[in-house]
Ligand binder design. Structure first.
Ligand code: ATP
Ligand code: MG
Length: 424
Protein backbone atom coordinates (compact mmCIF):
# COMPACT_ATOMS: atom_id res chain seq x y z
CA UNK A 1 0.00 0.00 0.00
CA UNK A 2 1.35 3.45 -0.77
CA UNK A 3 1.98 5.96 1.95
CA UNK A 4 -0.73 8.51 2.72
CA UNK A 5 0.10 12.06 1.66
CA UNK A 6 -0.48 14.54 4.47
CA UNK A 7 -1.50 18.17 3.93
CA UNK A 8 1.22 20.80 4.30
CA UNK A 9 1.85 22.27 7.74
CA UNK A 10 -0.56 25.05 8.64
CA UNK A 11 -2.84 24.27 5.70
CA UNK A 12 -6.33 22.98 6.35
CA UNK A 13 -9.26 21.39 4.60
CA UNK A 14 -12.65 22.97 5.18
CA UNK A 15 -14.83 19.92 5.67
CA UNK A 16 -18.44 19.71 4.46
CA UNK A 17 -19.61 19.84 8.10
CA UNK A 18 -17.85 23.20 8.55
CA UNK A 19 -19.18 24.69 5.33
CA UNK A 20 -22.45 26.06 6.77
CA UNK A 21 -20.48 28.46 9.01
CA UNK A 22 -18.29 29.56 6.09
CA UNK A 23 -21.26 30.07 3.78
CA UNK A 24 -23.14 31.96 6.48
CA UNK A 25 -20.15 34.30 6.85
CA UNK A 26 -19.64 34.75 3.12
CA UNK A 27 -23.33 35.21 2.33
CA UNK A 28 -23.70 37.76 5.11
CA UNK A 29 -20.61 39.62 3.88
CA UNK A 30 -21.94 39.76 0.30
CA UNK A 31 -25.25 41.14 1.53
CA UNK A 32 -23.62 43.78 3.71
CA UNK A 33 -21.26 44.92 0.94
CA UNK A 34 -24.23 45.21 -1.40
CA UNK A 35 -26.04 47.29 1.19
CA UNK A 36 -23.20 49.84 1.12
CA UNK A 37 -22.56 49.83 -2.64
CA UNK A 38 -19.24 47.96 -2.66
CA UNK A 39 -18.50 45.89 -5.78
CA UNK A 40 -16.70 42.56 -5.87
CA UNK A 41 -13.16 42.51 -7.21
CA UNK A 42 -11.20 39.31 -7.97
CA UNK A 43 -7.44 39.63 -8.20
CA UNK A 44 -4.75 36.98 -8.79
CA UNK A 45 -3.35 34.76 -6.06
CA UNK A 46 0.15 35.03 -7.53
CA UNK A 47 1.86 38.35 -8.15
CA UNK A 48 5.37 39.56 -8.83
CA UNK A 49 7.37 39.49 -5.60
CA UNK A 50 8.46 43.17 -5.81
CA UNK A 51 4.78 44.21 -5.50
CA UNK A 52 4.67 43.03 -1.90
CA UNK A 53 8.17 44.23 -1.03
CA UNK A 54 7.38 47.70 -2.28
CA UNK A 55 3.96 48.01 -0.70
CA UNK A 56 4.08 46.10 2.57
CA UNK A 57 7.60 47.19 3.47
CA UNK A 58 10.92 45.48 4.13
CA UNK A 59 10.87 45.62 7.91
CA UNK A 60 7.60 43.78 8.36
CA UNK A 61 6.90 40.24 9.57
CA UNK A 62 5.36 39.44 6.21
CA UNK A 63 8.24 40.53 3.98
CA UNK A 64 11.00 39.54 6.39
CA UNK A 65 9.94 35.98 6.96
CA UNK A 66 6.40 35.05 5.97
CA UNK A 67 6.20 35.15 2.19
CA UNK A 68 5.94 32.05 0.04
CA UNK A 69 8.19 33.16 -2.82
CA UNK A 70 9.80 31.27 -5.66
CA UNK A 71 11.51 31.83 -8.97
CA UNK A 72 9.54 30.25 -11.78
CA UNK A 73 11.92 28.39 -14.12
CA UNK A 74 14.63 30.94 -13.60
CA UNK A 75 12.45 33.80 -14.83
CA UNK A 76 9.63 35.35 -12.85
CA UNK A 77 9.93 36.14 -9.14
CA UNK A 78 6.57 35.07 -7.81
CA UNK A 79 4.90 35.30 -4.39
CA UNK A 80 1.65 33.77 -3.20
CA UNK A 81 -0.32 36.76 -1.97
CA UNK A 82 0.00 37.28 1.80
CA UNK A 83 -2.81 39.88 1.77
CA UNK A 84 -5.16 41.47 -0.75
CA UNK A 85 -4.57 45.22 -0.58
CA UNK A 86 -1.33 45.26 -2.58
CA UNK A 87 -2.83 43.18 -5.39
CA UNK A 88 -5.98 45.29 -5.51
CA UNK A 89 -3.94 48.50 -5.58
CA UNK A 90 -1.83 47.03 -8.40
CA UNK A 91 -4.95 46.00 -10.30
CA UNK A 92 -6.57 49.41 -9.85
CA UNK A 93 -3.47 51.00 -11.40
CA UNK A 94 -2.92 48.36 -14.14
CA UNK A 95 -6.52 48.66 -15.30
CA UNK A 96 -6.67 52.44 -15.09
CA UNK A 97 -9.74 52.23 -12.86
CA UNK A 98 -9.16 55.52 -11.12
CA UNK A 99 -9.19 57.70 -14.22
CA UNK A 100 -12.91 58.17 -14.18
CA UNK A 101 -14.22 57.56 -10.78
CA UNK A 102 -13.65 56.54 -7.28
CA UNK A 103 -13.89 52.92 -6.31
CA UNK A 104 -15.40 50.90 -3.48
CA UNK A 105 -14.59 47.20 -3.73
CA UNK A 106 -14.38 43.97 -1.78
CA UNK A 107 -12.61 40.69 -2.29
CA UNK A 108 -12.57 37.30 -0.61
CA UNK A 109 -10.14 34.39 -0.80
CA UNK A 110 -7.05 32.55 0.37
CA UNK A 111 -3.87 34.26 1.59
CA UNK A 112 -0.51 32.67 2.36
CA UNK A 113 1.98 33.41 5.11
CA UNK A 114 4.77 31.18 6.31
CA UNK A 115 3.98 31.57 10.02
CA UNK A 116 4.32 29.21 12.95
CA UNK A 117 0.95 27.44 12.82
CA UNK A 118 -1.26 27.55 15.91
CA UNK A 119 -4.96 27.92 16.67
CA UNK A 120 -6.22 30.88 14.61
CA UNK A 121 -2.90 31.24 12.74
CA UNK A 122 -2.32 29.27 9.57
CA UNK A 123 -0.12 29.24 6.49
CA UNK A 124 -3.07 29.25 4.12
CA UNK A 125 -5.94 31.27 5.54
CA UNK A 126 -8.81 33.31 4.14
CA UNK A 127 -9.68 36.95 4.29
CA UNK A 128 -12.67 39.09 3.48
CA UNK A 129 -11.25 42.35 2.29
CA UNK A 130 -12.76 45.78 1.72
CA UNK A 131 -11.10 48.76 0.02
CA UNK A 132 -12.03 52.27 -1.10
CA UNK A 133 -9.93 54.47 -3.40
CA UNK A 134 -10.20 58.17 -4.11
CA UNK A 135 -11.90 59.26 -0.89
CA UNK A 136 -10.08 61.55 1.48
CA UNK A 137 -12.42 60.90 4.37
CA UNK A 138 -13.04 61.00 7.27
CA UNK A 139 -16.57 60.04 6.23
CA UNK A 140 -15.30 57.00 4.33
CA UNK A 141 -13.15 55.97 7.32
CA UNK A 142 -16.32 55.98 9.40
CA UNK A 143 -18.36 54.16 6.75
CA UNK A 144 -15.76 51.40 6.47
CA UNK A 145 -15.81 50.89 10.22
CA UNK A 146 -19.62 50.99 10.32
CA UNK A 147 -19.71 48.41 7.53
CA UNK A 148 -17.40 46.07 9.46
CA UNK A 149 -19.48 46.65 12.60
CA UNK A 150 -22.67 45.77 10.75
CA UNK A 151 -21.09 42.61 9.34
CA UNK A 152 -20.00 41.43 12.80
CA UNK A 153 -23.43 42.32 14.20
CA UNK A 154 -25.26 40.53 11.39
CA UNK A 155 -23.24 37.43 12.20
CA UNK A 156 -24.42 37.63 15.79
CA UNK A 157 -20.92 38.37 17.12
CA UNK A 158 -21.05 40.51 20.23
CA UNK A 159 -17.78 39.72 22.03
CA UNK A 160 -15.76 42.14 19.93
CA UNK A 161 -14.18 45.46 20.72
CA UNK A 162 -13.20 48.27 18.35
CA UNK A 163 -9.78 49.91 18.80
CA UNK A 164 -8.82 53.00 16.80
CA UNK A 165 -5.80 55.25 16.48
CA UNK A 166 -4.25 57.71 14.08
CA UNK A 167 -0.76 57.40 12.62
CA UNK A 168 -0.86 60.92 11.20
CA UNK A 169 0.89 62.03 8.03
CA UNK A 170 4.26 60.65 6.91
CA UNK A 171 5.87 63.82 8.28
CA UNK A 172 4.28 63.39 11.71
CA UNK A 173 5.34 59.76 11.65
CA UNK A 174 8.91 60.68 10.78
CA UNK A 175 9.12 62.97 13.80
CA UNK A 176 7.50 60.32 15.98
CA UNK A 177 9.94 57.76 14.65
CA UNK A 178 12.87 59.77 16.02
CA UNK A 179 11.22 59.99 19.45
CA UNK A 180 10.61 56.25 19.45
CA UNK A 181 14.21 55.47 18.48
CA UNK A 182 15.35 57.65 21.36
CA UNK A 183 13.00 55.95 23.82
CA UNK A 184 13.72 52.36 22.78
CA UNK A 185 17.47 52.95 22.49
CA UNK A 186 17.44 53.97 26.12
CA UNK A 187 15.83 50.57 26.88
CA UNK A 188 17.63 48.56 24.23
CA UNK A 189 18.84 45.82 26.55
CA UNK A 190 15.26 44.94 27.46
CA UNK A 191 14.08 44.60 23.84
CA UNK A 192 13.53 41.23 22.17
CA UNK A 193 15.77 40.33 19.27
CA UNK A 194 13.34 41.19 16.45
CA UNK A 195 12.59 44.57 17.98
CA UNK A 196 16.28 45.37 18.44
CA UNK A 197 16.84 44.67 14.76
CA UNK A 198 13.94 46.95 13.82
CA UNK A 199 15.01 49.75 16.10
CA UNK A 200 16.69 51.75 13.33
CA UNK A 201 14.77 50.39 10.33
CA UNK A 202 11.19 50.61 11.54
CA UNK A 203 10.74 51.38 15.24
CA UNK A 204 6.94 51.74 14.85
CA UNK A 205 6.79 48.02 14.34
CA UNK A 206 8.13 47.52 17.86
CA UNK A 207 4.77 48.84 19.10
CA UNK A 208 3.18 45.85 17.39
CA UNK A 209 5.50 43.29 19.05
CA UNK A 210 3.86 40.28 20.65
CA UNK A 211 6.80 39.79 23.01
CA UNK A 212 5.57 40.23 26.63
CA UNK A 213 8.64 42.08 27.90
CA UNK A 214 8.67 44.39 24.89
CA UNK A 215 4.94 44.97 25.34
CA UNK A 216 5.64 46.24 28.87
CA UNK A 217 8.15 48.71 27.44
CA UNK A 218 5.66 49.77 24.80
CA UNK A 219 3.17 50.73 27.50
CA UNK A 220 5.50 53.55 28.56
CA UNK A 221 6.51 54.63 25.05
CA UNK A 222 5.69 58.09 23.66
CA UNK A 223 2.37 58.35 21.83
CA UNK A 224 1.87 59.60 18.31
CA UNK A 225 -1.57 61.03 19.10
CA UNK A 226 0.08 63.62 21.38
CA UNK A 227 2.11 65.09 18.55
CA UNK A 228 -0.29 64.66 15.64
CA UNK A 229 -0.31 67.35 12.93
CA UNK A 230 -3.35 69.63 12.93
CA UNK A 231 -4.99 68.12 9.84
CA UNK A 232 -4.64 64.56 11.06
CA UNK A 233 -5.98 65.63 14.43
CA UNK A 234 -9.06 67.15 12.78
CA UNK A 235 -9.50 64.04 10.61
CA UNK A 236 -9.36 61.81 13.67
CA UNK A 237 -11.76 64.02 15.64
CA UNK A 238 -14.24 63.95 12.74
CA UNK A 239 -14.01 60.16 12.55
CA UNK A 240 -14.70 59.89 16.27
CA UNK A 241 -17.64 62.27 15.79
CA UNK A 242 -19.15 60.05 13.08
CA UNK A 243 -18.73 56.94 15.24
CA UNK A 244 -20.30 58.69 18.23
CA UNK A 245 -23.23 59.82 16.10
CA UNK A 246 -23.74 56.27 14.86
CA UNK A 247 -23.60 54.93 18.40
CA UNK A 248 -20.61 52.67 17.77
CA UNK A 249 -18.48 52.11 20.86
CA UNK A 250 -14.72 52.42 20.35
CA UNK A 251 -11.54 52.68 22.36
CA UNK A 252 -8.72 54.99 21.37
CA UNK A 253 -5.59 52.85 21.61
CA UNK A 254 -2.58 55.21 21.30
CA UNK A 255 -0.07 52.44 20.58
CA UNK A 256 -2.11 50.70 17.92
CA UNK A 257 -0.09 50.35 14.71
CA UNK A 258 -0.53 47.91 11.89
CA UNK A 259 1.85 45.21 10.73
CA UNK A 260 2.17 46.75 7.28
CA UNK A 261 4.10 49.88 6.43
CA UNK A 262 1.69 51.62 4.12
CA UNK A 263 -0.78 52.97 6.65
CA UNK A 264 -1.36 56.69 7.31
CA UNK A 265 -3.81 58.39 9.66
CA UNK A 266 -6.70 56.11 10.69
CA UNK A 267 -5.91 52.58 11.84
CA UNK A 268 -8.35 50.26 13.57
CA UNK A 269 -8.82 46.70 14.78
CA UNK A 270 -11.65 44.55 16.03
CA UNK A 271 -10.46 42.25 18.80
CA UNK A 272 -12.05 39.57 20.92
CA UNK A 273 -11.20 38.05 24.28
CA UNK A 274 -12.41 34.61 23.19
CA UNK A 275 -9.58 33.49 20.89
CA UNK A 276 -6.48 33.67 23.10
CA UNK A 277 -3.41 35.21 21.49
CA UNK A 278 -5.00 35.36 18.03
CA UNK A 279 -7.36 38.07 19.22
CA UNK A 280 -7.62 40.34 16.17
CA UNK A 281 -10.44 39.33 13.85
CA UNK A 282 -10.43 42.37 11.59
CA UNK A 283 -7.88 45.08 10.98
CA UNK A 284 -7.39 47.98 8.63
CA UNK A 285 -6.66 51.59 8.05
CA UNK A 286 -5.92 54.40 5.64
CA UNK A 287 -3.05 54.15 3.15
CA UNK A 288 -2.94 57.45 1.30
CA UNK A 289 0.60 56.90 -0.02
CA UNK A 290 0.24 53.38 -1.38
CA UNK A 291 -1.01 54.04 -4.91
CA UNK A 292 1.77 56.58 -5.54
CA UNK A 293 4.30 54.21 -3.98
CA UNK A 294 3.28 51.65 -6.60
CA UNK A 295 3.67 54.11 -9.45
CA UNK A 296 0.04 55.27 -9.80
CA UNK A 297 -1.35 58.80 -9.69
CA UNK A 298 -1.44 59.77 -6.01
CA UNK A 299 -4.83 58.62 -4.71
CA UNK A 300 -5.99 58.15 -1.14
CA UNK A 301 -7.08 54.70 -0.08
CA UNK A 302 -8.47 52.90 2.94
CA UNK A 303 -9.34 49.27 3.67
CA UNK A 304 -9.64 46.42 6.10
CA UNK A 305 -9.29 42.67 6.15
CA UNK A 306 -11.12 40.13 8.26
CA UNK A 307 -9.66 36.69 9.03
CA UNK A 308 -12.32 34.16 8.05
CA UNK A 309 -10.90 31.28 10.12
CA UNK A 310 -10.91 33.48 13.22
CA UNK A 311 -14.48 34.59 12.56
CA UNK A 312 -15.56 30.96 12.17
CA UNK A 313 -13.79 30.12 15.46
CA UNK A 314 -15.54 33.05 17.09
CA UNK A 315 -18.95 31.96 15.79
CA UNK A 316 -18.26 28.61 17.45
CA UNK A 317 -16.96 30.18 20.67
CA UNK A 318 -20.09 32.36 20.89
CA UNK A 319 -22.34 29.41 20.10
CA UNK A 320 -23.78 30.99 16.95
CA UNK A 321 -25.26 28.14 14.93
CA UNK A 322 -25.01 28.76 11.21
CA UNK A 323 -28.13 27.75 9.34
CA UNK A 324 -27.50 24.36 7.71
CA UNK A 325 -28.77 23.45 4.24
CA UNK A 326 -31.27 20.60 4.66
CA UNK A 327 -33.00 18.70 1.88
CA UNK A 328 -36.78 18.90 1.82
CA UNK A 329 -37.11 15.35 0.71
CA UNK A 330 -35.24 12.04 0.66
CA UNK A 331 -36.49 9.57 -1.92
CA UNK A 332 -36.47 5.98 -0.63
CA UNK A 333 -36.56 3.38 -3.41
CA UNK A 334 -37.50 -0.24 -2.69
CA UNK A 335 -37.49 -2.82 -5.49
CA UNK A 336 -36.23 -3.12 -9.03
CA UNK A 337 -38.95 -1.17 -10.74
CA UNK A 338 -38.80 1.60 -8.16
CA UNK A 339 -35.04 1.87 -8.59
CA UNK A 340 -35.46 2.07 -12.34
CA UNK A 341 -38.05 4.84 -12.06
CA UNK A 342 -36.57 6.73 -9.11
CA UNK A 343 -34.10 9.01 -10.86
CA UNK A 344 -36.67 9.97 -13.50
CA UNK A 345 -39.29 10.74 -10.86
CA UNK A 346 -36.74 12.93 -9.05
CA UNK A 347 -36.01 14.84 -12.27
CA UNK A 348 -39.74 15.37 -12.87
CA UNK A 349 -40.12 16.73 -9.34
CA UNK A 350 -37.13 19.08 -9.67
CA UNK A 351 -38.61 20.33 -12.99
CA UNK A 352 -42.00 20.88 -11.43
CA UNK A 353 -40.75 22.57 -8.27
CA UNK A 354 -37.80 24.93 -8.67
CA UNK A 355 -36.18 25.31 -5.27
CA UNK A 356 -36.97 21.77 -4.21
CA UNK A 357 -34.00 20.15 -2.47
CA UNK A 358 -34.29 16.46 -3.10
CA UNK A 359 -31.86 13.61 -2.43
CA UNK A 360 -32.39 10.28 -4.13
CA UNK A 361 -31.24 7.12 -2.38
CA UNK A 362 -28.34 5.78 -4.43
CA UNK A 363 -26.95 2.26 -4.36
CA UNK A 364 -29.95 0.43 -2.95
CA UNK A 365 -30.06 -0.82 0.64
CA UNK A 366 -32.74 -2.16 2.97
CA UNK A 367 -35.62 0.04 4.12
CA UNK A 368 -33.89 0.43 7.46
CA UNK A 369 -30.60 1.54 5.87
CA UNK A 370 -32.37 3.96 3.57
CA UNK A 371 -34.34 5.53 6.42
CA UNK A 372 -31.13 5.91 8.41
CA UNK A 373 -29.60 7.75 5.45
CA UNK A 374 -32.75 9.85 5.10
CA UNK A 375 -32.51 10.83 8.75
CA UNK A 376 -28.79 11.66 8.51
CA UNK A 377 -29.41 13.83 5.44
CA UNK A 378 -31.51 16.13 7.59
CA UNK A 379 -34.46 15.88 5.19
CA UNK A 380 -37.84 16.98 6.48
CA UNK A 381 -39.75 14.25 4.65
CA UNK A 382 -39.08 10.89 3.08
CA UNK A 383 -40.87 9.98 -0.15
CA UNK A 384 -41.21 6.22 -0.48
CA UNK A 385 -41.46 4.54 -3.83
CA UNK A 386 -41.68 0.73 -3.68
CA UNK A 387 -42.54 -1.59 -6.57
CA UNK A 388 -46.05 -1.83 -5.23
CA UNK A 389 -46.45 1.98 -5.12
CA UNK A 390 -44.87 2.25 -8.58
CA UNK A 391 -47.43 -0.24 -9.95
CA UNK A 392 -50.29 1.80 -8.46
CA UNK A 393 -48.77 5.14 -9.57
CA UNK A 394 -48.50 6.56 -6.04
CA UNK A 395 -45.78 7.72 -3.66
CA UNK A 396 -45.93 7.59 0.15
CA UNK A 397 -44.87 10.67 2.09
CA UNK A 398 -43.51 10.31 5.60
CA UNK A 399 -42.82 13.17 7.97
CA UNK A 400 -39.33 12.58 9.41
CA UNK A 401 -39.30 15.40 11.93
CA UNK A 402 -42.88 15.92 13.06
CA UNK A 403 -46.01 13.98 13.86
CA UNK A 404 -47.92 14.26 10.59
CA UNK A 405 -49.47 10.91 9.61
CA UNK A 406 -48.02 9.11 6.61
CA UNK A 407 -49.95 9.89 3.45
CA UNK A 408 -50.15 8.56 -0.07
CA UNK A 409 -50.17 10.76 -3.12
CA UNK A 410 -50.77 9.98 -6.82
CA UNK A 411 -47.57 10.58 -8.78
CA UNK A 412 -49.18 13.22 -10.99
CA UNK A 413 -50.25 15.25 -7.93
CA UNK A 414 -47.07 14.94 -5.90
CA UNK A 415 -45.43 18.12 -7.20
CA UNK A 416 -48.44 20.11 -6.13
CA UNK A 417 -48.57 18.42 -2.71
CA UNK A 418 -44.85 19.03 -2.05
CA UNK A 419 -45.26 22.64 -3.12
CA UNK A 420 -47.87 23.07 -0.40
CA UNK A 421 -45.87 21.15 2.20
CA UNK A 422 -42.66 23.12 1.69
CA UNK A 423 -44.10 26.45 0.63
CA UNK A 424 -42.44 26.32 -2.82
P1 ATP B 1 -1.46 39.20 13.57
O1 ATP B 1 -1.03 40.39 14.37
O2 ATP B 1 -2.46 38.33 14.25
O3 ATP B 1 -0.31 38.46 12.96
P2 ATP B 1 -1.65 40.77 11.20
O4 ATP B 1 -1.50 42.14 11.68
O5 ATP B 1 -0.48 40.07 10.60
O6 ATP B 1 -2.27 39.84 12.37
P3 ATP B 1 -3.34 41.55 9.01
O7 ATP B 1 -2.27 41.49 8.01
O8 ATP B 1 -3.83 42.85 9.47
O9 ATP B 1 -2.91 40.66 10.26
O10 ATP B 1 -4.55 40.65 8.50
C1 ATP B 1 -5.90 40.95 8.83
C2 ATP B 1 -6.56 39.80 9.55
O11 ATP B 1 -6.31 38.56 8.90
C3 ATP B 1 -6.02 39.57 10.96
O12 ATP B 1 -6.63 40.44 11.86
C4 ATP B 1 -6.44 38.13 11.20
O13 ATP B 1 -7.80 38.06 11.56
C5 ATP B 1 -6.25 37.50 9.84
N1 ATP B 1 -4.95 36.83 9.76
C6 ATP B 1 -3.72 37.36 9.55
N2 ATP B 1 -2.79 36.41 9.50
C7 ATP B 1 -3.42 35.23 9.69
C8 ATP B 1 -3.01 33.86 9.72
N3 ATP B 1 -1.74 33.52 9.54
N4 ATP B 1 -3.94 32.90 9.94
C9 ATP B 1 -5.24 33.22 10.11
N5 ATP B 1 -5.70 34.49 10.07
C10 ATP B 1 -4.81 35.49 9.87
MG1 MG C 1 0.93 38.67 11.31
Amino acid sequence: MSKIIEPLRGVHDVLPAQIPAWQFLERTARDVFAAYGYEEFRVPIIEQTPLFKRSIGDFTDIVEKEMFSFVDRGEDHITLRPEATAGIARAVISNGLLRESRLKVWCMGPMFRRERPQAGRYRQFHQIDCEAFGFEGPDVDAEMILLSARLLRSLGLTRVKLLINSLGTPAARAAYRERLIEYFTAHEAALDEDSRRRLQGNPLRILDSKHPQTQRLVAGAPQLLESLDAESRAHFAALCGHLDAAGIAYHVEPHLVRGLDYYTRTVFEWTTDLLGAQSTVCAGGRYDGLIAQLGGTPTPGIGWAMGQERIVLLLEAQGVAAPRERPHLYLVLAGERAEREGLRLAETLRDALPGLKLQVNLGGGSFKTQFKRADRSGAAYAAILGDEEAARGVVALKDLRGEAPQEECPVERIGERLGVLFGL
